[in-house]
Design a protein around this ligand. Sequence first.
Ligand SMILES: Cc1cc2nc3c(=O)[nH]c(=O)nc-3n(C[C@H](O)[C@H](O)[C@H](O)COP(=O)(O)OP(=O)(O)OC[C@H]3O[C@@H](n4cnc5c(N)ncnc54)[C@H](O)[C@@H]3O)c2cc1C
Length: 402
Amino acid sequence: MDLQFSKEDLAFREEVRKFLRANLPDRLRDGAKRTPGVFVEPDIGLEWHRILNEKGWVAYHWPVEDGGTGWTPTQKFIFEKELALAGAPALSILGLRLVGPVICKFGTPEQKARFLPRILSGEDYWCQGYSEPGSGSDLASLKTSARLDGDRYVVNGSKMWTTHAHHANWIFALVRTDASVKKQQGITFLLIPMDQDEVEVTPTLSMSGDHEVNQVFFSDAVSSVDNRIGEEGQGWTIAKFLLENERGGSCFAPRLLKNIEWLESAAKEQPSGVNGAVAHDPRFRDKLARVKLDAEALEFTELRILADLAKGRQPGPQTSLVKMLGSNIGQQVDTLRLELLGFDALQLPMERPLYGNEAPEPVGSQAAQTAMGRYLNNRAATIFGGSDEVQKNIIAKTVLGL
Ligand SMILES: Cc1cc2nc3c(=O)[nH]c(=O)nc-3n(C[C@H](O)[C@H](O)[C@H](O)COP(=O)(O)OP(=O)(O)OC[C@H]3O[C@@H](n4cnc5c(N)ncnc54)[C@H](O)[C@@H]3O)c2cc1C
C-alpha cells in the first residue's frame, strides 16, 4: 500500500484549494460552523450544492455517464479532506449519496433521465423513508403497505425519524407489496411525491430543540408505477446497497481531525480556572491526545479502504467498522468541547438559526453557543444508519465468523 500522494494528486489538491478559496462564501462557512444540528439547513446546503454543481463536482462519486467526475478514490479523499479543512457545509446525503446512486445502478434509462438531473441541480429535495415505529434495526419487519391499483400504488402506513421530510418534495421509501412471503422478499423500493394531501409530515424535536426529523403518515397516498425502482420484491437488495453507501460513503477522519485541531488551539486560550490554560491540564491533554490518535488511525483505515477500492476490491464490513469508529470519535470530540468550554457550554438557545442577522447573542463565544446542541444532537450518530450494536453484529458475523 502506497500512502504517498502522486505529483498529479498534489496538483489536483492545489486545484481544489484554489477553487475553495475563490468560491466558498464566508457566509456559508459561518452558517455551517454555527449549526448545532447534524445536517445543515437547505438555505446553507443548497446554495453550496449549486456552487459545486456549476463546477461539475457535486456528485463526484457517481458514475461519469450519470454526472460524476471519474476521480480516483484518492482524488475523492483529497476533495473531502480539503472541504473539511476549508469548513465547507456538509451537503445533505439523501439525494446525492443515497437515492442518487440507487437510481444510477437500478433505475431505468427513463428514471435516470427524469430524476438524476434534478438531484444534481438541487430542484428535488429528498428524504429517506426506511424506519417505522417498531421497525428500525429490524428493518425487514416494516409494515407500510403499497397496493397496486392500475398503474399506481396506493400507500398506507407511517415512517419515523425522517430527516428533513419537512423540506423534501420526494421520499424514497421501502414499502411492503407482499405480506404472504418471507419478510425480506415482500419489500419494494418506491419513490413517492410528498406534495399531496395524503402525505402528512409532523415534526419530532430533538433534545436540543432542533427540528431535523419527522414522522410521515401515508393515508391512501399515491405514486405511479413508473416510480418503482427495480422489480416488486427487489427492495431489500436495493436497501442493502443503499445502506452500504450510507455507512461507508465518505470519510469521517478529515472533519474529525479539523475539529480536533480546533480543540488544540482553543485549549491554549481557554483558562482552566486552576492552572493557566486548559492546554496545561494533563488530564485534558491526555484525553485529547488519545482522541487524536484514534482519529489519525481512522484516517489510515480510510486510506487503506481507498487503496482497496483503487484495486477494484469492495470494502465490505469495513464500512461498519468505519461508521462505528467515526461516530464514536465524533462523540468524544463533542464531549471534550464541553469540557474545554466549561460553564459557557451550558447555554442551550432554542432560537434557530444561530447564524445570520437574527441570531441571538452568544454567552462567551459562538463556539460555546453551539457546543451543547452539537453534543446532544450527535448522540444520534451511533444510532442512525444502523446502531453500534447492529454494526457489531455485522462485524461479529462477517469478520469474526461468530
Ligand atoms: C437523528 C436521527 C435521524 C434519522 N434519520 C432517519 C431517516 O432519515 N430515515 C430513516 O429511515 N431513519 C432514520 N433514522 C432512524 C434510524 O435509522 C433508527 O433509529 C435506527 O435504525 C435504530 O432503530 P430504532 O430507533 O427503531 O431502535 P431499535 O431498533 O428499537 O433499537 C433499540 C436499541 O436496541 C438495540 N438493538 C436492536 N436490535 C439489536 C440486535 N439485534 N442486537 C443488539 N442490539 C440491538 C439497538 O442498538 C438500540 O440500542 C434516524 C434516527 C435518528 C436518531
